[in-house]
Write a protein that binds this ligand. Structure first.
Ligand code: NAD
Length: 292
């Protein structure tokens, strides 16, 4: 049976580790030819070799995709190696710091903007003429943090909010050329970022992050890659401009911040109005609790 991405040429950025590695493998298994793109320090070649061992087609691109020269070279590689470009996956990103906003490093803020925002913009900009030709699709990795904000990583959450609105703008403007644009928005995923040993989270944040999902666990990179594979395929031909949440329910479940509030924050302000009936609204009406 043909794969759902049979014959398509794809670029996956940030494809040597984490979610990107899974997308590259999944796309290759579904029949796509994949440019595995990552920083020169990333294990890009290793992923390419692994895909080839499994019978897939892959090419390595090493470079900084926030740099417009490297971005263009990456796209040129796809055109040279595969004869065109059908799918761009903007997945590269960084999550460098946990800090309240008043303490957040300005240098790392710029680092977030460059790697999360600029990389997606320049890659999209230079890929679009080719995606217009192929009536292709661009999908960026958003985040539930882009929708809900991310306490102690507010600039990171803001960078993902940009990605959501950017993809929607691209979807609207490029639809007339037959190009689709989407965001896949994960919740916590089982990569370096959500483990205290390998990312900036401490033990409390790690625990709170998982408790904030409905499923009580991280998504796996493969579960997220499955969503990308569908969204990139012709089966999703009616989908454009959508934010596809694959977040274990975090977006609707995120809770518990009141537990962290200091006691003065929890104090109600002294009333100034002569209110007598604040709690009378349900008097005489049916009320029930079946949770006992
Ligand atoms: N892990 C999570 O819980 C989570 C949740 C929501 C969204 N995301 C998003 O998923 C994507 C992947 O995250 P991950 O968890 O797999 O992390 P990861 O660190 O394993 O993957 C990110 C990859 O992008 C590469 N990269 C960064 N800047 C680059 C640049 N300028 N040029 C080329 N490569 C670059 C990194 O080197 C790395 O290999 C990110 O966009 C992230 O915002 C992750």
């Amino acid at each position: 049976m043909a794969g759902r991405l049979e014959g398509k040429a794809a670029i996956v950025t940030g494809a040597a580790t984490g979610i990107g590695e899974a997308i590259a493998h999944k796309f290759a298994r579904e029949g796509a030819k994949v440019v595995v793109a990552g920083l020169p320090t990333d294990p890009v070649d290793d992923v390419v070799q692994a895909i080839k061992r499994h019978g897939g087609m892959a090419e390595a691109f090493l470079g900084d995709l926030a740099d417009e020269i490297d971005a263009q070279a990456c796209i040129a590689l796809a055109l040279d190696a595969f004869g065109g470009l059908d799918i761009l996956i903007n997945n590269a990103g960084v999550f460098p710091e946990i800090a309240e906003c008043q303490d957040h490093s300005i240098e790392l803020f710029d680092y977030i903007v460059r790697n999360n925002i600029r990389s997606a913009f320049v890659m999209t900009r230079f890929a679009l003429p080719h995606l217009q030709r192929s009536r292709g699709v661009v999908i960026s990795t958003g985040s539930e943090a882009g929708e809900m904000g991310e306490p102690t990583a507010a600039p990171y959450g803001g960078s993902k909010g940009f990605i959501h609105a950017f993809m929607r703008g691209v979807a609207y403007e490029q639809g007339k050329y037959g190009v689709r644009a989407l965001c896949v928005c994960p919740g916590p995923v089982d990569t370096a970022w959500t483990h205290k040993e390998t990312g900036p989270m401490n033990a409390q944040m790690e625990k709170q992050t998982l408790a904030g999902t409905i499923l009580g666990r991280r998504g796996t990179p493969e579960e997220i890659a499955n969503v990308f594979a569908f969204a990139a395929s012709d089966e999703a031909s009616v989908m454009t401009g959508a934010l596809i949440f694959a977040d274990g329910g975090t977006t609707i479940a995120k809770g518990g911040p009141g537990e962290m509030a200091q006691s003065f924050v929890k104090e109600q302000p002294t009333p100034t109005l002569d209110l007598k009936h604040s709690h009378d609204g349900l008097k005489g009406k049916p009320i029930e609790n079946r949770m006992h």
